[in-house]
Design a binder for this molecule. Structure first.
Ligand code: PHE
Length: 487
């Protein structure tokens, strides 16, 4: 091995004077010796110095003549003793050889041109050019005038040869022990870690790749904290599959309502219907849809159980609220509650820059005796101002399950306009009374999407960059831990 040869040689000798000669002596290729010297030099085992030597080498043309003879001699030998026409001679010879050989032979006065024929002027010559070229090939030295002549004819060129001289360096050792790159458990056990390598204790460790929170999770956390600070309890939302009953019927949403169409809602094929519903309550819901009660006239249509049984992917988290309120109504005596939820909902929608077929809803509700629209306005102002939206406006709206209903708008300082941020209302008696809640119990509620505030907070304008398979993971890694204030 080149490295051992070099280090071994330097153990007994002062210096390797010439890597070229050294490589010949050791029978190791010069490239190998050079690479080893460079590497040993880099690690301080040796000190290397460049050596440059210039050397004449044959050009392509020179190599041809060294083998076949100079073109002028080739031309001379091609002329028969009795002579030949120039035309014939040219035909006989390789054109390139003729072209170079002819003027050269004329210059040397080797050939004679008569009226019709070309003939030899000398009978025999020694091919000195070929001789010189062979000498160069054998690394022999030539007179400078001969070198000049070959150089002029472009038969030789100067080539620089690069090599090194080398002597012991500050870290010299007769053998190089490769530094360990990894420290293994075995190294630590046996104690040989002490001699394995030089340690750099101030080197930085590998950066730790931790998990990264998606912006939706970060904003969800912020909103959760706001609800908790306001004294709300989280509702259990772990059922994406819901029956039409809890998603629509319990919410006094008539069975012909367009949202209940398969163009808007994903219905389940398997299992296509719900297993059980609270029968007494179902009866009351049927009645209120068909003929009303509690001061209402109802919708006056024939309510169908089959329609209510259909399973679907919940279209809003209000389905969770209806279940919770029903449950709450069963606890006697009535106790007021503040509930919230943040979870996924599904709608059969055309996907565009602001819509996906699944998104997240935030929902809050307060259930207590004697609540009024004023309470709703107060809670909304409190909730949204904690999110950084303190300028709110309300617009009358319609939901089958709330009366009155209000859309919520917030003034966006950046966009310089009012943007819709949510929907709200007071649940209708047609919804609450069949559940069994006392007469004077009112429920104020509101809902908004989680995506909307997240996109505003994180400056994302295409929902597909926030959620789904087109999300750029590096963006999620680089997102700030949190963003404060929506304006
Ligand atoms: N469920 C409504 C929606 O999907 C939001 C809402 C919740 C409205 C509660 C009023 C009361 O948009």
């Amino acid at each position: 091995m080149a490295e051992d040869a070099i280090l071994g040689f330097l153990e007994k000798n002062e210096e390797i004077l010439d890597s070229g000669k050294f490589s010949q002596e050791k029978g190791i290729s010069h490239d190998e010796i050079v690479n080893a010297i460079r590497s040993l030099n880099g690690f301080g085992f040796v000190i290397a110095q460049d050596i440059k030597r210039e050397k004449w080498v044959l050009t392509e043309e020179g190599r041809i003549y060294a083998a076949a003879g100079s073109p002028e001699v080739q031309l001379l030998l091609a002329i028969p003793l009795e002579g030949i026409t120039q035309e014939e001679l040219q035909k006989k010879m390789d054109p390139a050889t003729f072209k170079v050989g002819w003027p050269q032979a004329m210059k040397n006065k080797w050939v004679e041109k008569g009226k019709t024929h070309v003939s030899r002027k000398v009978q025999n010559v020694t091919d000195t050019v070929k001789g010189f070229l062979m000498q160069i090939q054998n690394d022999e030295t030539l007179d400078s005038k001969d070198i000049d002549a070959l150089k002029r004819r472009k038969l030789i060129v100067l080539q620089t040869w690069k090599g090194y001289s080398a002597r012991k360096g500050p870290k010299y050792a007769p053998k190089r022990i490769k530094e360990a790159t990894d420290l293994t458990r075995e190294n630590l056990h046996s104690g040989d870690w002490k001699n394995l390598k030089e340690y750099n204790f101030s080197a930085k460790g590998q950066p730790v790749e931790g998990g990264h929170l998606h912006p939706l999770l970060k904003v969800r956390r912020q909103i959760q904290m706001i609800f908790l600070q306001m004294g709300f309890e989280e509702m259990q939302t772990n059922n994406y599959v819901e029956s039409s009953f809890w998603n629509f019927d319990a919410l006094f949403q008539p069975q012909q309502h367009p949202a209940r169409d398969s163009h808007d809602t994903f219905f389940l094929k398997v299992p296509s219907t719900t297993r059980e519903l609270p029968e007494d309550y179902v009866e009351l819901v049927k009645n209120v849809h068909e003929s009303g009660g509690y001061g209402s006239r109802g919708y006056g249509y024939e309510w169908k159980r089959d329609e209510a049984n259909k399973n679907l992917l919940r279209t809003h988290t209000t389905a969770v609220s209806s279940r919770m309120l029903y449950k709450l109504a069963q606890n006697k005596p009535f106790a007021p509650k503040k509930y919230y939820s943040i979870d996924r909902v599904f709608r059969n929608e055309a996907v565009d820059r602001t819509h996906l077929a699944e998104f997240h809803q935030i929902e809050g509700l307060v259930c207590d005796r004697g609540l009024s629209l004023g309470d709703l306005l107060g809670v909304l102002n409190d909730f949204f101002s904690r999110l950084g939206m303190s300028k709110l406006r309300f617009k009358p709206a319609y939901n089958p399950y709330t009366e009155p209903s209000m859309e919520i708008f917030s003034y966006h300082e950046g966009f310089k306009k009012w943007v819709e941020v949510g929907n709200s209302g007071m649940f209708r008696p047609e919804m609450l009374r069949p559940m069994g809640l006392p007469d004077d119990v009112r429920v104020i509620a509101w809902g908004l999407s989680l995506e909307r505030p997240t996109m505003i907070l994180y400056g994302i304008d295409n929902i597909r960059e926030l959620f789904g398979h087109k999300v750029d993971l590096s963006l999620i890694k680089k997102n700030p831990i949190c963003c404060l204030g929506l304006e």
